[in-house]
Design a binder for this molecule. Structure first.
Ligand SMILES: *Cc1c(COP(=O)(O)O)cnc(C)c1O
Length: 391
């Protein structure tokens, strides 16, 4: 990981792009794909495009052999433009308009996820004969950024939908779930796999054999605390499949987003102002040129606690003090961290730069168009230490 950040910092030193910006090391993305594919042997790895849709990231993953989890016609176009085979795309968003289904079908997307009858009927009408998987609402321990109850349905409903898919001339393939993003408890997959197995059994009893289990994303990244390793996640998943499914085991699909790109990226930002609210205020307020609206959306509720490193060595730990970190906009919610205890150098001044580590996922893709006139977060992609695109 340090070598990734070293390469990115060398690029930043040489090119000094204006701040803030995100730099993605494509070599790290390709390496990460290979690690994931090796940890989950025989699984199909679909990259969840929303985590970072920069075109070079997608092209890198196409070349590496990845499949893709897409959520909209725009994400489909992006993947096709990057050279992806339409059959490698899985339309994973259960909330979609008929026009989106029709578009996907027309360009050759074959697999769709649904969790409700209305959407299933639309798939039958606008993507006749398609493969469908039904998303399960899983009771899992809370992840750092949970999905709540927005997606999925209970096992009985899932079974009904899969059987209905047969009647509608579709090809029901199996069950999907997502145990919540930045899920640090591998046991979540065990619970979800057990629930999915009940759907496989119920469908088999009605004469419909399911063959594919999609275990979603959610694999964690070590931001402020250590996340389980890929091997730990894979071990739990493998044991769960063996415990809950008969032979042959279902085909395994996973959809990592965060774990594929977070550690391939680093944001360089600048301090705009350092202030105290009163002479006795123990914490300084550090206002950055990046905040909630131009890249750091996942600081909402302080869910993700990124690591900050001053670019110039500004002293030892004793020369640090507590800070509240805030963004640059005129919005009272644009405060990044006021409860999470952060410390930064006492010598920190306006104009100093900070690196925000492991920020390749859910940063640029969440950046607003231009709230308060502040530009969306620019992304620079490098390979072999050289710039290949900026947007
Ligand atoms: C967002 C999303 C993912 C990726 O989740 P991560 O937590 O980033 O790994 C995978 N599958 C679906 C359906 C998603 O919506």
């Amino acid at each position: 990981m340090s070598t990734t950040f070293d390469r990115i910092r060398r690029f930043l030193t040489e090119h000094a792009p204006s701040s803030p910006c995100l730099v993605i090391d494509l070599d790290a993305v390709a390496d990460r794909y290979r690690e994931v594919a090796a940890a989950f042997e025989n699984a199909r790895v679909c990259y969840a495009v929303k985590a970072n849709p920069a075109p070079p990231v997608i092209s890198t993953l196409v070349s590496a052999g990845a499949s893709f989890d897409v959520a909209s016609p725009a994400e489909i176009k992006l993947c096709l433009a990057a050279g992806a085979d339409p059959e490698s795309l899985s339309y994973g968003n259960p909330i979609k308009k008929p026009s989106a289904i029709e578009f996907a079908h027309n360009v050759g997307v074959r697999e769709f996820t649904c969790d409700a009858e209305g959407d299933l009927d639309n798939i039958a009408r606008f993507a006749p004969g398609a493969q469908v998987q039904v998303r399960l609402l899983v009771e899992a321990p809370d992840s750092v950024t949970p999905f709540g109850r927005k997606f999925g349905c209970v096992p009985r409903r899932a079974t009904e939908l899969l059987l209905r898919a047969v009647e509608l001339g579709l090809e029901p393939t199996g069950v999907s779930f997502h145990v919540g993003s930045q899920q640090l408890d591998p046991a979540a997959w065990e619970l979800a796999a057990a629930a999915a197995a009940t759907v496989f059994t119920a469908c088999a009893e009605q004469g419909t054999t399911l063959r594919r289990l999609n275990i979603g994303g959610g694999f964690g990244v070590s931001y402020d605390r250590e996340a389980p390793s890929l091997a730990e996640y894979a071990g739990t998943v493998d044991a769960s499949l063996r415990a809950h499914f008969g032979q042959p085991l279902p085909e395994l699909v996973l959809e990592p987003g965060r774990a594929m790109v977070a550690e391939a990226g680093l944001i360089r930002a600048e301090v705009v102002l350092v202030a105290r609210k009163s002479a006795t205020d123990p914490a300084r307020w550090v206002y950055l040129d990046i905040g909630r609206y131009n890249g750091l959306a996942e600081t909402e509720n302080e869910a993700i606690a990124y690591r900050f490193e001053p670019v110039d060595d500004t002293g030892t730990a004793e020369e640090e003090g507590p800070v509240i970190i805030a963004g640059p906009t005129c919005d009272g919610d644009d405060v990044l961290y006021q409860h999470t205890p952060y410390r930064l150098p006492l010598a920190l001044r306006a104009g100093d730069q900070l690196d925000i580590l492991a920020t390749g996922a859910y940063t640029a893709s969440y950046s607003s168009v231009a709230f308060n006139g502040i530009e969306p977060l620019p992304t620079y992609c490098i390979t072999g230490g050289r710039l290949i695109s900026a947007h």
